[in-house]
Write a protein that binds this ligand. Structure first.
Ligand code: PNS
Length: 155
């Protein structure tokens, strides 16, 4: 079965990679779908976000990375995927994720969103906190893949 793991990934964190790796052990194929998300005004352009993810997931043979600019369900349909995988960190994630899962199911019957609990060490990790720490010169070692860490220190 093919699953889509969507997000803005601005930038990918070790928490994202953990979810992608765990999903790759469950599904035959995982497509990481990077949303352009222009309204979120990402720090990194979509090509850079894709490059980060490609280098961090190259060791998983059944994982590929692509981008989309539109509805997630349209991307899923184009790729013949019926499963959306999302990570959940804390209760605070739940409300928004629940809304998106219900909307996506309403937009496209038959698409299921499956949630994976974040591993405890990544429960309080987010792309935003990584950008904030790094922006003030703090270390993000271990919180992001190596390729992201290099680029963040230069921003
Ligand atoms: O990492 P994020 O920013 O929480 O990911 C959110 C994302 C990209 C998965 C979500 O915003 C999304 O699916 N955007 C595409 C537009 C869409 O399909 N919207 C309707 C779903 S409610």
């Amino acid at each position: 079965m093919r699953a889509v793991c969507p997000g803005t990934f601005d930038p990918a964190t070790s928490g994202h990679i953990d979810i992608i790796e765990r999903a790759s052990r469950i599904f035959n194929e995982v497509i990481v779908a990077v949303s352009h998300s222009p309204r979120k005004k990402p720090l990194f352009d979509v090509e850079t976000r894709i490059d980060f993810l490609r280098s961090a997931t190259s060791r998983f043979s059944n994982v590929s990375v692509d981008s989309f600019d539109g509805l997630l369900v349209d991307f899923c349909n184009k790729n013949e995927a019926k499963i959306i995988i999302k990570g959940l960190r804390a209760i605070s994630d739940f409300e928004n994720e629940f809304m998106m899962a219900q909307m996506n199911s309403r937009l496209e019957k038959g698409i299921e969103t499956i949630f994976m609990m974040a591993s405890p060490e990544y429960s309080y990790l987010s792309s935003s906190v990584v950008k904030e720490i790094s922006g003030y010169g703090g270390t993000v070692t271990g919180l992001v893949p190596a390729s992201v860490e290099e680029k963040l220190s230069g921003k």
